[in-house]
Write a protein that binds this ligand. Structure first.
Ligand code: SF4
Length: 234
């Protein structure tokens, strides 16, 4: 067993939310570090991997323990939580509190995801773009390969999930979104969410100026027909 305050690099904790795990009252643990640099990132301060967390894991666990019986779930978010070496052990400790475990991930590390799938009750996975063109969002070459494997692992596992794509008109075209939908349909995904770009937290002034979302009704109809569960998140 790994001991001590550095089990997980925790950069922050939201103690109570109703929107981060569908149908559950949850807390969100923000993990430090992400190897990507998406322009629309809401948490660019969480990207540096070398920074330590600002809240010890022991303190995090103790704060969550005080909410036992009140919280349904804890969501590991970030940053990219799959970066955390001891993620599985941290998740088990949450389960020991009697809470469900969820994750927000971009699926960057499929091997790590495979290792921790057994702890998960729900996955919210970002699909940044068609898998062959991730670079235009992440600014990292060939970054779609890992997420494609991760999406397949999630579907094979039977764990509850949602795939979601954030839409900024300067970054993704309707053709890109048709491409995303087509790839997910081929993988037999049935749950897909379009998330409108939100400027809060985003440090890119140009993206913040031009982020308004105009509805392409043909695309929306196509998405509705393609997925059993489809929604647009404001
Ligand atoms: S993958 Fe997520 S945390 Fe990482 S840079 Fe992109 S939006 Fe930010």
């Amino acid at each position: 067993m790994t001991m001590g305050c550095d089990l997980i690099q925790v950069a922050g904790l939201v103690p109570f939310t109703t929107i981060d795990y569908p149908g559950c009252l949850s807390a969100v643990i923000f993990c430090q570090g992400c190897p990507w640099a998406c322009g629309y990132c809401h948490n660019p301060h969480l990207q540096p991997i070398s920074l330590k967390g600002s809240l010890s894991w022991d303190k995090t666990l103790s704060l969550l323990g005080e909410r036992r019986g009140f919280l349904d779930a804890v969501v590991f978010s970030g940053g990219e939580p799959l970066l955390q070496r001891n993620l599985g052990e941290g998740m088990q400790q949450i389960k020991d509190l009697g809470m469900k475990v969820g994750i927000h991930t971009a699926g960057i590390y499929p091997r790590k995801l495979k290792e921790i799938l057994k702890y998960l009750d729900w996955v919210g996975m970002d699909i940044k773009a068609p898998f062959h063109s991730y670079e235009k969002i992440t600014r990292v070459r060939q970054s779609g390969k890992g997420p494609k494997e991760s999406a397949a692992l999630i579907l094979q596992s039977g764990v509850d999930y949602e795939f979601r794509t954030t839409v900024h008109p300067d970054l993704l075209s309707s053709e890109d979104l048709y491409g995303v939908a087509q790839e997910l349909k081929e993988m037999k995904a049935d749950t897909f969410v379009l998330q409108k770009f939100r400027s809060n937290g985003c440090g890119d002034a140009d993206l913040n100026k031009t982020g308004s979302f105009s509805m392409d009704f043909q695309l929306i109809q196509y998405l509705q027909e393609s997925f059993v569960n489809f929604m647009i998140r404001e």
